[in-house]
Design a protein. Sequence first.
Length: 169
Amino acid sequence: MHGRLAYVHDETHNHIEVQIKASTTDQYRQGMRVALGATGASICPVSALLNYLTIRGNCPGALFVNENGSPMRRGQFVLKVQQALQQTGVIRHHFNGHSFRIGAATSASQAGVLKTMIKILGRWSSMAYQQYIRPSTSAAAAVSRYVCCSLPSTAVKTTSAGSPCHKWP
């Protein structure tokens, strides 16, 4: 994201709106307001952002700042996230700047969010959003089981436990 960010939230903490003044997905540099909804769960974007703002300070300007108060650049942000992930045991190079878009699109798809809504929320003007949706391992395995089970029984070899293992040539 380029430019400076502003945020507003209602007093009930049901949601927070982050004003993105410009980004690479905003071709006309009109800006956009992104709403983050409260979940009431242990992982809540509203609670997390309010906690961050308590640490950061409630002053205007860029949402993510360096210790000296200067706006954090995209590369600096990605590096900070990679370092935090590495401290938790995640391989840091598996994360890049697009990981948030990939994760959001994938999570929304798995939650059953309509594809048109994924496209709108991700600010995609084309069908490119589909390239960001990653199937889970269990979903990929389910496809294999479905394909295998839909074959005629004579085309499937079974294991000693009776479960299909692969298609005969």
